[in-house]
Write a protein of this length. Structure first.
Lengths: 216, 478
């Protein structure tokens, strides 16, 4: 059953690629959080009970509840609705994301001997999520979009870490939590400050510092 | 015992500072922590049993030199900071100054944890901790430029650190049945690791941690962040934080060596090293901001460290000497840039002329730091770069050697052009008199640390004391 959840998780990345509404991006994050929670609870019984409790509680509370609430607050505060200035049209965005996701899916389907120690579908979709997120970061111009894609990348990394069938050290779980903390605390804090300082959320306004002449 | 103390005490200090919100205590506790940090070095030599090494944190032959550098630079910066705080205290309120001091303690704690970590996962967490602390410090001045620099720093480094985490996950796949990220455990079993996954994981770790280390092509945050941070923070960022990131790369490289995957790792390191030199030589030529110039110089020196690691052999000695020399000289250079900034109130190279006539001490420190960083003999960097060139010639890598020397010459020309322009010439009378009026801000504690650091960097270039020679030998063996 967890494979179904993993594929659904991958499909949320296609939704993210095809929409410019930031509210929809946050909703996709909620869905990803819930799916990660379901993946943790159903497919990883080989882990110690403490690790399962930690992972499930972390994914449900932090990824599906806290981060979306926080991002919604920032959206309201900054009056941000859409990210319309992406470098590539939605159609191409969706097409390229689909190709990346398909390749990730193929990693999971094709029998590769060196992948024997991992859950291939989890690994493939996790890797595809990371690549799609990184790609979306490079083509989008809104700071909030970039933050959301950073969080989806973290979700992809989380999925990737769960693909390793052997018992993962607790430290890695703490590491994931710390990344989430960065997403909320630093990125969130800076988003508000940038909005206060620059008036809107365009990345283009953050390009004053360069090696040619500028006022200091 | 002592290791636990050096990791727990700053947390207690932070809590005390948070509740006291007292400007004098800020200074006292930062200096107290820097002395405690230094004290550990004495225990390392006198009675290592009292250090209290454990499975998570240990001071051993392989990481000791990194710890020693951090201690020395932190002590020098803390002394400089005591003078710098007097200037900041006049500008900012108690609350902000307390946050500044807390973040410095948290920053040094994270670096210390990163160096002492026996475990790759734990080292990764501490490196992430440094991002949290320094983001606030880079944004300290709360200007449009500082928020831009801090944003780029946080965003790029977070992505880098996340990629490094992917590398760690891939490493756990490579390790097969080994269920640990402990360095000694990994080294012991490295021969049985899956080569494909190990190579892939090294790429991710090198790019991820290399972002933090400032290696090209993932260096973009570095010139902005180093230029916008307050000068003592720039000194710590450049002279210690980059080393912490390098230590992680070095530890993973050792695993690659034992696993017999070193050829691939060498190519990666050489590519990024030479790319760093190339980027520096191009951008340094056009830079208009002297703090950015120093930041680019850090990228150059990180590139040299990567090249020395890849070359191996005698270049390992060069690597350690370069590590020490760069940290001592670059810290001095950045701290002196703080004096220049306080005097002229600008970072623009064009706006600074006749520094020599405004403040002789600062101008001498500026010149000597420049001579040191450009590897003029008897600077330690001369010794290290000479050894690197020698290794290249012995191994008959003539093209690499020529490229290395060419890029260093271009960088030398770019830097000397800026330094000479700033020291000599006739400036605007009004600006000069304003700069002279600012001279009263610069206290003795804003000269002395740089003098000591430079003396060490040049004396060690001429004569290497036995204890330092021993440390270098042990580090290479470790």
């Amino acid at each position: 059953m967890e494979n179904g959840f993993i594929i659904l998780f991958g499909l949320t990345m296609l939704y993210l690629s095809a929409t410019s509404r930031l509210k929809a991006h946050v909703n996709a994050l909620i869905v990803q959080g819930i799916l990660l929670f379901l993946i943790c609870s159903t497919g990883f019984s080989h882990l110690p009970i403490l690790a399962i409790i930690f992972l499930t509680v972390e994914t449900l509370i932090v990824k599906a509840i806290l981060i979306p609430i926080f991002l919604n607050k920032v959206l309201k505060k900054t009056h941000s609705n859409r990210d319309t200035d992406a470098n590539i049209a939605h159609f191409w965005c969706l097409l390229i994301s689909s190709v990346i996701l398909f390749m990730g899916f193929m990693v999971g389907v094709v029998d590769i001997p060196s992948l024997s120690m991992i859950n291939p579908i989890c690994f493939g979709i996790g890797l595809a999520t990371i690549i799609i997120s990184l790609w979306l970061i490079t083509i989008k111009h809104n700071i909030l979009s970039n933050v959301i894609e950073f969080i989806t990348m973290e979700n992809g990394i989380f999925l990737l870490s769960m693909s390793v069938a052997k018992e993962m050290p607790m430290l890695v779980n703490i590491g994931v939590l710390l990344d989430v903390f960065i997403a909320i605390y630093i990125l969130g804090l800076f988003v508000s400050q940038i909005n206060k300082e620059l008036g809107d959320m365009e990345v283009a306004h953050l390009s004053d510092l360069k090696d040619c002449e500028y006022d200091d | 015992m002592m290791i636990s103390l050096v990791l727990i005490l700053p947390i207690i200090f932070c809590i005390v500072l948070y509740f006291l919100k007292n400007k004098t205590m800020n200074n006292i506790l930062i200096i107290a922590y820097s002395f405690l940090h230094m004290l550990i070095n004495i225990f390392y030599f006198v009675n290592p049993n009292l250090l209290g090494n454990n499975q998570y944190f240990a001071l051993s032959s392989s990481n000791y030199i990194f710890y020693l550098i951090l201690s020395v630079i932190f002590l020098a910066t803390a002394i400089y900071n005591s003078g710098y705080l007097k200037i900041l205290n006049n500008k900012f309120d108690n609350k902000k100054m307390t946050h500044y001091s807390i973040m410095i303690l948290f920053f040094v704690l994270s670096m210390t944890g990163g160096i002492l970590s026996n475990n790759l996962g734990l080292a990764w967490i501490f490196i992430e901790g440094t991002t949290l602390a320094t983001a606030y410090l880079i944004y300290f001045n709360k200007t449009k430029h500082s928020i831009e620099a801090a944003w780029k720093y946080v965003f790029i480094c977070s992505i880098g650190i996340a990629l490094a985490f992917v590398g760690i996950i891939l490493l756990t796949i490579a390790t097969g049945s080994v269920n640990s990220l402990n360095y000694s455990e990994l080294l012991r079993n490295a021969h049985s690791f899956n080569h494909f996954w190990l190579n892939v994981s090294f790429v991710f770790i090198l790019f991820g941690i290399g972002t933090k280390m400032g290696l090209a092509p993932v260096h973009f945050w570095l010139p902005d962040a180093h230029a916008e941070a307050p000068s003592p923070i720039s000194a710590l960022l450049s002279a210690t934080l980059l080393n912490c990131a390098f230590l992680i790369i070095l530890n993973v490289y050792k695993i690659m060596m034992v696993a017999d995957c070193v050829h691939f790792a060498k190519i990666m390191l050489l590519t990024m090293g030479f790319l760093s030199l190339f980027v520096t030589s191009v951008f340094l030529f056009h830079t208009t901001n002297y703090k950015r110039m120093l930041a680019y110089s850090s990228i150059e020196n990180m590139g040299i460290l990567a090249i020395a690691t890849a070359l191996g052999g005698v270049a390992y000695i060069a690597l350690i000497i370069h590590l020490i020399g760069h940290s001592l000289i670059k810290a001095s250079f950045f701290l002196t840039s703080g004096n220049v900034l306080e005097l002229f109130e600008t970072k623009r190279i064009k706006s600074i002329k006749a520094l020599g006539s405004v403040d002789k001490n600062t101008s001498w420190l500026w010149i000597v730091s420049f001579l040191g960083i450009c590897a003029f003999p008897p600077s330690m960097l001369f010794v290290s770069e000479f050894l690197i060139v020698k290794t290249m010639l012995v191994e008959k890598n003539y093209i690499l050697c020529a490229l290395f020397l060419f890029l260093l010459t271009v960088i030398l020309y770019g830097m000397s052009k800026v330094v000479i322009k700033m020291i000599y010439g006739t400036g605007n009378e009004e600006k000069l008199s304003k700069a002279k009026a600012n001279l009263s801000k610069i206290t003795i504690s804003m000269y002395a640390p740089q003098m000591v650091l430079l003396v060490l960097a040049f004396v060690f270039g001429l004569y290497m004391p036995e204890f330092l020679e021993q440390i270098i030998k042990v580090t290479i063996a470790g």
